[in-house]
Write a protein that binds this ligand. Structure first.
Ligand SMILES: [Zn+2]
Length: 470
């Protein structure tokens, strides 16, 4: 973690820290004392963390865990993965959707850190064979965070820890929060206009489909329809939606009957994971509207699964649309460069011929100019990466007459894709190009994002000491 030049003040702080640490044995990594440290404020979900009863663990691992999480937050990591591997614990930070190795910690210390994270989240540190989930309330640079912790037992023994970072100040629940195109919002409003039909949300793991399902629900006009929530939204806030708790002993059908008597129009459900629930939902889809996630990577996969569960006829009759999204890195606003695209490029990509400007990453300095700034020095905001944050491209499969025919004819995945193009539906590829035209991302990034697992060329932002007085 050797960072740039040290100011005299930093050097002194670091020397003091070393002197202090030396009285206890090992010196801390360089620069550590220059960086603001995260504050842990207790476990989430009314759990307790008994630090006193685990004083030895706390002494060994609290400081390194704090340092690791501070490092991750300062680099804008949205996921932290800790995994035992070949006698070490490897740590990866996922930043804007791309995993970067962050550390390989020697076995004993690594295992202690892993246990420490569990302890802070109020999980049972003696339980290593069952999946456990919890969270830590935290604050870093005056921003409140929820660190959602999953401890997942590995087949090879040991556990993998996954920490999902949620910035409590950033709310992503409304269509405008995530740049949901107004055309899609209008379509969703049309879907619910006759108070019937099923709208589903699907996506690859980690693609944010839970957020997307809440955004979809909020696309519905709450002043025209009465919207009820039956799902466990894990503390997320829904606007203009009435929570509904089923009576004890009532199954889904009884609950739906009751909701109908309460003149419900639209219902938000937990993800559809079983044929039974799906069958009930499609049975009621002629008198109620439903919004729910379905565990499928793509809309075509979701169609296959639905046909298996409820039959093609019910799908044709009850389904209105399936929505998915893909997260794409956003070009850094501070250093992106405009260029005039040539007409052939626009034609090849099917972009509007009047597009006069697109954006790309800044060009690297000429290699023979030794005085020129390096890519990293060019931009303080993104450290030359040159991306900062992410934007979503969307896709919506709609039940047009043509699509109904394709489904009645056996729902061949290639035919479904073809029909989406024929009927001019919004697809991920098309919507990603919208983001390019809007200047939010680059063609290179879109190409990378669609070449599954393609590597990112650039390193993530390096952790920087805070300027004095901040
Ligand atoms: Zn930049």
């Amino acid at each position: 973690m050797a960072g740039g030049k040290q100011s005299p003040k930093d050097a002194k702080a670091s020397k003091d820290a070393k002197a202090k640490a030396n009285t206890k044995g090992s010196p801390p990594p360089e620069n550590e004392e220059d960086l603001e440290q995260v504050l842990f404020q207790g476990p989430l979900f009314d759990r307790e963390a008994n630090l006193k009863a685990n004083a030895r663990l706390v002494q060994a691992a609290l400081v390194p865990v704090k340092s690791m999480i501070s490092d991750a937050l300062s680099r804008r990591a949205h996921t932290i993965v800790m995994e035992p591997r070949e006698g070490r614990v490897s740590v990866r930070f996922v930043i804007d959707g791309i995993a970067y190795p962050a550390a390989a910690i020697p076995g004993q210390k690594g295992m202690a850190m892993l246990q420490m994270v569990k302890l802070l989240a109020g999980l049972d540190i003696n339980e290593k064979k069952a999946l456990q989930s919890g969270g830590i309330k935290a604050e870093y640079e005056k921003i409140p965070y929820h660190l959602m912790v999953d401890a997942v037992p590995q087949r090879t023994g040991g556990e993998r820890i996954r920490i999902k970072v949620e910035n409590c100040k950033v709310s992503l629940t409304k269509p405008s929060d995530v740049g949901f195109p107004s055309a899609l919002k209008d379509r969703i409003r049309q879907f619910t206009a006759d108070r019937s039909g099923v709208i589903l949300i699907c996506g690859q793991p980690e693609s944010g489909s839970t957020t997307l399902s809440i955004v979809t629900l909020h696309a519905i006009d709450p002043y025209l329809y009465s919207v009820f929530n039956l799902a466990d939204v894990k503390g997320k806030e829904l606007t203009n939606v009435t929570d509904f708790t089923p009576e004890p002993g009532h199954d889904l059908e009884l609950s739906l009957d009751r909701l109908q008597r309460r003149e419900a129009d639209v219902l938000f459900l937990d993800p559809l994971t079983s044929p039974q629930v799906a069958q009930t939902v499609f049975e009621y889809s002629d008198r109620l509207s439903f919004v729910a996630e379905i565990s499928a990577a793509t809309p075509t996969d979701a169609i296959q699964k639905l046909i298996e569960w409820v039959g093609a006829d019910a799908v044709i009759k009850g389904l209105r649309g399936i929505i998915t999204q893909k997260m794409i890195r956003r070009l850094c606003e501070d250093c992106k460069q405009a260029f005039r695209p040539n007409p052939q490029l626009l034609k090849r990509l099917n972009l509007p011929p009047e597009t006069s400007v697109l954006y790309r990453a800044p060009l690297p300095p000429p290699p023979d100019d030794l005085k020129a700034q390096t890519v990293e020095e060019l931009c303080e905001k993104c450290d030359g990466s040159p991306y900062h944050g992410r934007v979503a491209a969307f896709e919506m499969l709609e039940m047009t007459d043509g699509m109904k025919e394709v489904i009645a004819d056996g729902a061949d995945p290639a035919e479904i894709r073809k029909q989406m193009i024929v009927d001019n539906m919004v697809t991920l590829q098309k919507d990603a190009l919208r983001l390019v035209v809007e200047g939010k991302t680059s063609l290179e990034e879109v190409q990378r994002a669609f070449n599954a697992g393609g590597p990112a060329k650039k390193r993530p932002a390096k952790r920087r000491p805070q300027p004095p007085g901040k």
